[in-house]
Design a protein around this ligand. Structure first.
Ligand SMILES: CC/C=C\CC/C=C/CC(=O)SCCNC(=O)CCNC(=O)[C@H](O)C(C)(C)COP(=O)(O)OP(=O)(O)OC[C@H]1O[C@@H](n2cnc3c(N)ncnc32)[C@H](O)[C@@H]1OP(=O)(O)O
Length: 292
């Protein structure tokens, strides 16, 4: 249903589905390209690399979210793939999180469509049958951090400029319960309480200490490390690993699935408030100002 809506949206925006450019790379591997998400089968059999390519900062626009979900779905349905590495094609930035312009100055119907796309993306990543390893080669606040937290394993580049965390309170936003649940499941209750209230963004050493990431490695080794970790995960038969993953994650996902419509309505009510719109505009303005 969501996929169908996404396809319709992409058709409206002029993106042709089923006609991804396919080219052969130097090693003979096929390389699929959408506009904003690039999928590269890798040298590790059964593993694809998804590169986020939505410059300048890989913000999670409606179109990006739709392409990303369709890509994951295609890989899941193609039985030659068992694992995916998620990484970024934008230097220094994994993802800047939800696109602030999607949440500013729009109408309730747009907010509903956008929030449903955010929910569907999270459910798709969180419950994926594939092994997902995040190769975090840049900063990843808020929604960007959520994507990484929803993977099975996280490798972060050792660069003190790269920060990770759920910083929603710094934007005047209340973190959705399923963002919170994902963080609590990863770093525990007490650490989440502090991180979420203060909107903390952690440098690599602290992210590692908290358990927000599993490994910190030199920047030029992020993808190769993610691929070698993948080999270990793929040594486990898919069906037992998938059933185990589902058993662990189902309750968290079901919480959103059960309250999906109420969560959309809550988002619309919250984001439409004048005070929230004002603080998002100020935040965007501050991002612009810091350049001058
Ligand atoms: C009930 C629930 C209600 C609400 C829940 C809503 C949940 C929201 C979760 C989120 O994900 S909110 C988004 C949080 N993201 C951030 O706070 C990141 C903001 N961006 C930055 O801190 C920086 O841009 C950066 C560190 C990612 C990159 O810095 P730098 O390389 O210096 O680039 P610029 O800052 O110059 O940015 C370039 C360009 O991109 C625009 N931009 C940046 N982030 C976003 C974004 N998230 N959405 C839309 N646009 C973004 C920025 O404004 C610049 O645009 P110009 O037009 O000025 O070039």
């Amino acid at each position: 249903m969501a996929l169908a809506a996404g396809r319709a949206m992409l058709m409206r925006s002029g993106v042709r589905l089923g006609t991804q450019a396919a080219a052969r790379g130097g090693n003979g591997a096929r390389r699929f390209m959408n506009h904003r998400v690039v999928v590269e089968p890798n040298t590790v059999p059964g593993v694809a690399v998804i590169k986020f390519k939505n410059p300048p900062v890989n913000s999670l626009t409606l179109e990006f979210l739709t392409e990303f979900v369709i890509c994951l779905e295609k890989l899941e349905n193609d039985k030659t793939f068992r694992g995916v590495v998620l990484t970024s094609d934008c230097p220094g930035i994994f993802s800047a999180g939800l696109d602030l312009r999607e949440m500013c100055g729009k109408n309730p119907a747009h907010y509903a469509e956008y929030w449903r796309a955010v929910q569907e993306m999270w459910l798709k990543v969180y419950l994926s049958n594939l092994v997902l390893v995040a190769a975090i080669n840049g900063t990843s606040p808020a929604g960007g951090c959520l994507i990484a937290l929803s993977c099975d394993y996280r490798v972060l580049a050792d660069n003190p400029r790269y920060r990770m965390g759920l910083n929603e309170t710094l934007l005047g936003l209340v973190v959705p319960f399923w963002f919170k649940d994902t963080l609590v499941n990863t770093i525990g209750h007490r650490a989440s309480e502090r991180a979420l209230q203060l909107g903390l963004l952690f440098p690599p050493a602290e992210a590692l200490q908290l358990g927000m990431v599993d490994q910190v490695v030199p920047e030029d080794q992020v993808q190769s490390t993610a691929l070698s970790v993948m080999t270990q995960w793929l040594a486990i038969p898919d069906h037992v690993r998938q059933l185990t993953k589902n058993m662990i994650r189902k309750a968290t996902a079901d919480h959103l699935i059960k309250h999906q419509e109420a969560d959309i309505q809550n988002f619309i009510n919250f984001i439409s408030r004048d005070s929230i719109q004002k603080s998002l505009q100020v935040y965007l303005e501050n991002l612009k100002q810091k350049k001058h």
